[in-house]
Ligand binder design. Structure first.
Ligand code: SIN
Ligand code: CO
Length: 399
């Protein structure tokens, strides 16, 4: 059972939400976060959009060159200075990696596996700002952080739904709002959308900020390719197509059904490897969104320095953007961190993926010291508070 008090589901249980809505139909949750105060100011968001390595987009209904113009960050003062008081949106990905108070929101979404999470995108829009009617391939929770946004929903759209030609965005050419699926969201309200539901969100009469808590699902194309690559590396060179049951044939060019049945049987036998599949899936689903953001420490840790620091009261936490998961296998477990697998005890795996803050008590668990050193030295764990504060840029300050 999930802790109901932290659930942003308006009193609905996680079980009901997952059974009736998740991946099935939209849900509007009024007051999902009662008395919500945005943990992010518009000028902080603008500051982030000016930083290198932060993924940011600007969508202008009437851009300097064309309608629906999309520009990519990093932006600068000049960009913000030319924007008017309406009809544009600034969208910044992975704000949870940069703003701990935004990352905190994720603690309310633990009823969905963490390895399904993509990121929290934040968007700022003055009145009229929007990105057009569109579909996304992922599940998303759209949390109104400040101001109001009107959301209109349409049907679930197929891959070949017509889109407007010749613009930077994939805007639906034919968007029909479903009657009753048209709401103005206030701060703290949240809208859940399953994949491919057409939606259109327009900032109302004041500046608006929306957080998109996005969950990812790899495409079958990615899964099949990645699984075959992983498995291919594990297979012996000597493991080959074999046909000791070969029968004489009058046509030496023929690929007959017996051959194809043999190929299928051998391929399926090689692919059906649950143990390796667990190893592959854990590694794949914990790959980081931005590999460049994993920063190994300037001075590498050793078990001695680690033990001393923890005993002195220092605390460890996953680096922002680090992805952790685990899988039990009998008495042992694999801990997956940022695309790697580490054999350890189930107790250690559970502890490392549970409470985010780690103190010296973790050293009581078998194998903890060596594993923590590995994770610190590849940048997946870091000491609490070693990060610098973000610069307070003031791009949106009133003149
Ligand atoms: C936005 O925040 O402006 C758009 C979010 C979305 O529709 O996915
Ligand atoms: Co969308």
């Amino acid at each position: 059972m999930t802790d109901q008090t932290r659930l942003p589901l308006g009193g609905m249980s996680a079980e009901t939400f997952l059974r009736d809505y998740w991946q099935k139909k939209p849900l509007l949750i009024r007051g999902a976060f009662p008395d919500f105060q945005s943990p992010l100011e518009p000028d902080e968001l603008a500051g982030l959009a000016c930083e290198d390595n932060v993924e940011a987009r600007l969508v202008e209904l009437e851009g300097p060159d064309k309608a629906w113009q999309v520009s990519h960050g990093p932006f600068d003062d000049e960009t913000f200075a030319r924007l008017g008081r309406k009809d544009w949106s600034l969208l910044v990905q992975a704000v949870d990696h940069y703003v701990p108070d935004v990352a905190e929101l994720l603690e309310h979404f633990t009823f969905i596996p963490r390895w399904r999470l993509d990121d929290i995108m934040a968007s700022f829009a003055p009145p009229g700002g929007n990105v057009g009617a569109h579909v996304d391939n992922y599940d998303v929770f759209l949390l109104q952080a400040s101001g109001q946004r009107r959301w209109q929903l349409g049907d679930v759209m197929s891959e070949d739904a017509p889109i407007i030609d010749g613009i930077d965005l994939r805007i639906l050419a034919d968007f029909q709002v479903i009657r009753d699926q048209d709401w103005v969201l206030e701060p703290g309200d949240m809208l859940y959308l399953p994949p491919r539901v057409a939606h259109h969100g327009i900032s109302q009469s004041e500046d608006c900020m929306t957080f998109s808590v996005g969950f990812r699902a790899p495409s079958m194309d990615e899964m099949v390719t990645s699984w075959a690559d992983y498995l291919g590396e594990q297979l012996e060179e000597s493991s080959r197509y074999h046909d000791p049951d070969l029968e004489a044939s009058s046509d030496s060019a023929l690929i007959n059904d017996v051959t194809l049945a043999r190929v299928r049987e051998q391929m399926l036998a090689a692919l059906d490897n649950p143990e390796q599949m667990a190893q592959w899936f854990g590694r794949t689903m914990t790959q980081v969104k931005y590999p460049d953001q994993l920063m190994p420490p300037a001075t590498l840790a050793s078990e001695d320095t680690l033990t001393r620091a923890l005993e002195e009261g220092d605390l460890l936490e996953p680096a922002p953007g680090s992805r952790l998961a685990w899988h039990p296998q009998g008495e042992r477990a694999t801990l997956f961190v940022d695309g790697d697998g580490h054999a350890c005890s189930p107790a250690l795996a559970r502890r490392l993926t549970g409470n985010r803050i780690l103190d010296q008590e973790i050293l009581l668990l078998e194998g903890a010291g060596a594993l923590l050193v590995t994770l610190i030295n590849c940048g997946s764990l870091r000491w609490v508070d070693e990060d610098e504060d973000l610069d307070d840029d003031d791009e949106f300050a009133d003149d």
